[in-house]
Design a protein around this ligand. Structure first.
Ligand SMILES: *Cc1c(COP(=O)(O)O)cnc(C)c1O
Length: 231
């Protein structure tokens, strides 16, 4: 086992635990996703040795090779990158949860591909909370309609929302975006749309996960604090 990696994993788990305690959150409702994009399989295997079980990948081609090489069915893989419709067939084969569905076109294609392999694919809807032109994600005001449209698709199951807020050097400045995502989730949940399970909030990365936990995150995506700066 690589001592520095073990130390960093233990440290992040402690910080999550302490933050959950501080804000009265239940630890069982906060899941750590180790973001392993660009990290080689040998290092991911080491991270599995350290007790990590869920990994987030951003690129289809890279993850196909890595997931095949690690070949460990006890590990859960999440897709957190931008997904093009023409890669949907790979995504449904590889991932337990796809965080980044932001259009009806992509949803239809995922549903079609999931049907082919007899799977009900869990997904999150990515929301462009900062209304940034450069970023993926559905505009907040479109997410309810998107959810309703997806609710009729038999091979997709919406589990919640995901956001990548604008980058600030102070995590407190990101808090309003996390609140926007949570309010949107609560609003959609109250609509009680059939086949929709609006529970999860995927938000928070190395720089701002503590604020995200305070604001209700259920899935936090952490790369740098576990694996160090990406090369
Ligand atoms: C890379 C990435 C992360 C991890 O970011 P860190 O700052 O390294 O923790 C989280 N979420 C998404 C969508 C990413 O692309």
């Amino acid at each position: 086992m690589i001592p520095i990696l073990k130390k960093q994993v233990d440290h992040i788990l402690n910080r999550i635990r302490e933050t959950a305690y501080l804000y009265g959150r239940d630890m069982d409702e906060i899941q750590l996703i180790a973001v392993s994009k660009t990290i080689p399989p040998e290092m991911i295997r080491e991270a599995i040795e350290c007790g990590l079980k869920t990994f987030g990948e951003s690129y289809i081609q890279e993850s196909r090779e890595k997931i095949a090489s690690i070949a460990d069915s006890s590990i859960s893989w999440h897709f957190i990158g931008h997904l093009q419709s023409n890669k949907a067939k790979y995504a449904v084969k590889l991932f337990d949860l796809i965080h980044t569905v932001d259009s009806i076109k992509l949803a239809y294609e995922l549903d079609r591909q999931a049907q082919k392999i007899n799977k009900v694919q869990d997904i999150l809807l990515q929301v462009n909370v900062g209304m940034e032109g450069s970023k993926s994600g559905a505009p907040p005001e479109y997410v309810l309609d998107l959810t309703k449209a997806i609710s009729s698709l038999q091979h997709l199951k919406v589990k919640g929302l995901m956001a990548i807020p604008p980058v600030y050097n102070s995590p407190e400045r990101v808090a309003p975006y996390f609140q926007t995502l949570r309010k949107l989730r609560d609003m959609i949940r109250n609509e009680k749309i059939p086949n929709i399970d609006m529970k999860e909030l995927s938000m928070g990365m190395t720089g701002d996960f503590e604020v995200a936990i305070r604001e209700g995150a259920t899935l936090i995506r952490i790369g740098t604090a576990i694996f160090g700066e990406r090369g």
